[in-house]
Structure formats: structure tokens, C-alpha cells
Design a protein around this ligand. Structure first.
Ligand code: SAJ
Length: 433
């Protein structure tokens, strides 16, 4: 039976899972390094930005009921029946390795405090073999206990999505990778309290590979769509028409090409997966796909540069409005946003870049404007990087009056090329020759 649960890491993975277990009557404690976050949570204030349906209300409820508290003190692990580790695991693409500092520190503190019989589960996304080569040794060395015997150890990769944090935990299936059968059974018992989706028992290594593969798969799918977009530009046709017709064929699901691939998962998970076989093999397709997707923001900026060049102008000193900074439409999430690649490429060519986004509040070193018309006033070009709904309802006649030079570059198939040309704009779009 589980009674006391500790969640290490109170970010967009840890908070929703803590709230859901607390709301099911468990005594839950969230551990975080930063006191400010702890204080916010203990006041019942959700530290996660952006619109997360039901999360703020549920957090306030379980704090009031004292079913959830937050602390920086790891000694709460002594009485924990289950300890879930939900810390960040970014990838350092310069050094080509995962950054496990937070994971290592959390594991050390958990190992020093946990008691015999505890079930420790890593929810963070980790490279294949990390459970065996890093997680298990740290826990065994610091606890002086044996994994699978004195304590149970598993990997249940998170499947969160900003904007749907609670929904995804409740409704998506989960892979429960356990060190042995007993662990897998205990994991199924624990997660059955909050997950309505299927729970699939397996071993730790399979769970690690499943998680990184499901995102590497999507990254490769998107890269394929982006490569077809580049072909269509060269051939002078519309990739979105091609995609629509390709997907009429059975078993086809060509993804959407665009200005790039951002977010907290896709840009790193194929790198984590390839790290899992470092020195053994190099997954060429995934690496090539990752590099192609990384190029798309630069390609989008090059469409802007060429729009000027083909009309006898130079992008230098021109005012260019980047419309959309978030990595995902109708979201304020800016992690690994493709917009940065577009901005940096245009600035390197001497353009004066201004940025608009209706959702994003701020971003270090970038001024995010909220007033669209003011931002685009006198602009020589607009480049649309994120398909926010606001941009789909724009009045082209009004746009033309506000702009100095009527150039539109469309990174997300927001506009119809023919319609925009009829209105007297110079138009270029990713995948539109
Ligand atoms: N993108 C494309 N073309 C596409 C789809 C996405 O260019 O066809 C771009 C988006 O613009 C964005 C990036 O890729 O910049 C990522 O988009 P996403 O829809 O994959 O959203 P994420 O990054 O939040 O992905 C997460 C992942 N979930 C987890 O890792 C737990 C992903 O596996 C899910 O498929 C996705 O949420 C989801 O749709 O739920």
C-alpha cells in the first residue's frame, strides 16, 4: 500500500503529478531547490506559466487540504513509500552529452534519505542505459542498499504537453519500466490511482528507448516534411497541396513543414537516444533529420533575404517584424523556439528586427511587443514563425497600409499565396515555390 509520496522537482512534470496524487488522498511532498517556488506552492499558487486547465484550482485545493506541501528538505524521503524524480535533463549539443547535474544531485539526496522498501521512479527523460549506468549506482552507493532487493527502481517516462499537463497524465498511456517483475507490479498499482490510460509494464532499458524514440520519430517525420518543402520550393509548387494529396493515400501521415522545430522534447530526444549508443553506432537518419530541422529557421530567414534581393533591395537596415516567438501556436512556451534562429540570421545581415507575440510575456535579451499594429508600422517585411490564431484573421489591406514595403514571408502556411499576391504583396512561404 502507498501512503506517502515524494515528488522531486516541481516543474511542469512534477507539479501536475504531485497535485493528482494529492487529490487522490495520498500525502504528497514536493521537493525543489528554490525557496521562492516552494513558498509559492505552499501558498497554493501555481508556479507554472501559461494556461493549464484545472491545475491552479486543484493545487489550491490540495494545499488547503494539507495533502500537498513543498519543501527543500530531503529528509521527507525517510517516510516515503514512493519517490518520483521529475527533474530537468537538458542535452548539451556542443559537448554532445546530457546534462545530468540536477538528476545526479537529486539521486544523491534521495539515496541518503530513503528507507528500505521505497519505490524510486525516474520520470525525467533520460538516454538509454542511464538507469543502469548512473541511476542505480548512485542510489545503491548513497543508500548502501541493493536495487530490486532493498528498494525498488523504475523508469516511467513523462508524456506531458504544455497546455494539457493534467489531461495528458490522466489520459495518455504510460510505459512502466521496472528493474524486476515486483517493481513493475508496484508501478502499475501506483499509477493506476491517477492514470486512466493503459499502463504497459516492461524493463527499464525498453522504457528509456521508447520515450526517446517516440520523439525522435516525430522529429524525423517533421524533417521529412521539411525536405519535401525544400523540393517543392525548387520545383515551384505548393508543399501543402502535395501533403494533402499524399495523405489521401492509405497509411500516409506526412507531417507539417515549417519554420522549425522547438519545444522541450523534440530538439533533444533524438540526441539522447543517439547518446545511448555512443561509441557503438551512429543513428545517421536521426542526426541528419535533427540538423535539417535546425536549418529551417535559417532557411526561413533566407527567404526574407531573397525576397529583398529579388526585388533589387538589400535587407540591411530594413525593419523586419518577426510575428510569433513561441515555439508552438497559441502558446507562450518559448523553449528552443525557432524564432531565435530567424532573428539571429536576419540581425547578422544588418536588419532591424522587431518581435511580436500575443502570448509570450518575456524572453531574455528579446523585446516582445504586444501591440501588433504598432510593431509592424513602417515595416519592410513581416515573417510569420508561429501560427497563432490571431495571425490568421489579419486584414491584408490594413497590413499593406501600415507597412513601408509589402513583403510577407510565411513560415507556417498561414496565408494563401495567390490571395496575398493579388493584394500587391511580395510573398514567400516555406515549401511554396
Ligand atoms: N512541428 C512541425 N511540424 C509538425 C508538428 C510540429 O514543424 O507537423 C513543430 C512545432 O511547430 C513545434 C515543434 O515541432 O515547434 C514541436 O511541436 P509538438 O507538436 O511536437 O509539441 P511538443 O514539443 O510539445 O511535443 C510534445 C511531445 N510530448 C512529449 O514529449 C511527452 C510529443 O511527443 C507529442 O506528440 C506532442 O507534445 C503532442 O502533440 O502532444
Amino acid at each position: 500500500m502507498f501512503k506517502n509520496i515524494v515528488i522531486v522537482g516541481t516543474g511542469y512534470v512534477g507539479i501536475p503529478v504531485a497535485v493528482m496524487f494529492a487529490n487522490k488522498g495520498f500525502n504528497v511532498v514536493g521537493i525543489n531547490r528554490t525557496k521562492e517556488k516552494i513558498d509559492l506552492i505552499n501558498k497554493g499558487i501555481c508556479p507554472i506559466e501559461g494556461d493549464e486547465p484545472n491545475l491552479p484550482e486543484l493545487l489550491e485545493k490540495v494545499i488547503k487540504e494539507k495533502k500537498l506541501t513543498a519543501t527543500t528538505d530531503y529528509s521527507v524521503c525517510k517516510t516515503a513509500d514512493a519517490i518520483l524524480i521529475c527533474v530537468e535533463t537538458p542535452f548539451d549539443s556542443d559537448k554532445w552529452e546530457p546534462k545530468y547535474d540536477s538528476l545526479k544531485s537529486a539521486l544523491k539526496s534521495v539515496g541518503e534519505n530513503m528507507s528500505k522498501g521505497a519505490l524510486v521512479i525516474v520520470e525525467s527523460t533520460i538516454a538509454p542505459t542511464t538507469m543502469d549506468t548512473l541511476v542505480k549506482p548512485i542510489l545503491e552507493n548513497t543508500s548502501k542498499m541493493k536495487a530490486g532487493v532493498d528498494f525498488l527502481l523504475g523508469n516511467c517516462p513523462e508524456r506531458v504537453m504544455p497546455g494539457k499537463l493534467l489531461y495528458n497524465i490522466e489520459n495518455l498511456s504510460r510505459v512502466c519500466g521496472g528493474i524486476n517483475k515486483e517493481t513493475q507490479d508496484r508501478m502499475l498499482e501506483l499509477y493506476a490511482n491517477i492514470v486512466k490510460g493503459e499502463l504497459y509494464p516492461t524493463d527499464c532499458l525498453t522504457a528509456e528507448v521508447v520515450k526517446t524514440t517516440e520523439n525522435a520519430y516525430r522529429d524525423v517525420e517533421i524533417a521529412f516534411a521539411n525536405e519535401v518543402a525544400l523540393i517543392c520550393e525548387k520545383l515551384g509548387i505548393n508543399v501543402y497541396e502535395v501533403r494533402e494529396l499524399v495523405n489521401k493515400a492509405p497509411y500516409r501521415n506526412m507531417h507539417l513543414p515549417g519554420a522549425g522545430v522547438g519545444g522541450h522534447c523534440l530538439p533533444k530526444d533524438s540526441l539522447l537516444l543517439s547518446y545511448g549508443v555512443k561509441g557503438i553506432m551512429t543513428p545517421e537518419l536521426m542526426i541528419l533529420s535533427r540538423n535539417l530541422n535546425k536549418q529551417m529557421p535559417i532557411h526561413t530567414a533566407e527567404l526574407v533575404i531573397n525576397a529583398f534581393k529579388e526585388n533589387g533591395m538589400d535587407v540591411k537596415s530594413k525593419k523586419i517584424a518577426v510575428c510569433g516567438f513561441a515555439y508552438l501556436e497559441n502558446s507562450d512556451d518559448t523553449r528552443n523556439t525557432p524564432a531565435m534562429g530567424v532573428i539571429e540570421t536576419l540581425k547578422a545581415k544588418g536588419a532591424k528586427v522587431v518581435v511580436h507575440d500575443p502570448f509570450v510575456k518575456n524572453y531574455p535579451g528579446v523585446e516582445i511587443n504586444k501591440d501588433f499594429e504598432k510593431t509592424i508600422e513602417g515595416a519592410d517585411a513581416l515573417v510569420f514563425v508561429t501560427a497563432h490564431n490571431d495571425y490568421k484573421a489579419l486584414n491584408l489591406d490594413k497590413l499593406k497600409k501600415l507597412m513601408k514595403t509589402p513583403i510577407i514571408v510565411d513560415g507556417r502556411n498561414i496565408f494563401n499565396k495567390e490571395k496575398v499576391n493579388e493584394k500587391g504583396f511580395i510573398y514567400k512561404g516555406v515549401g511554396k515555390g
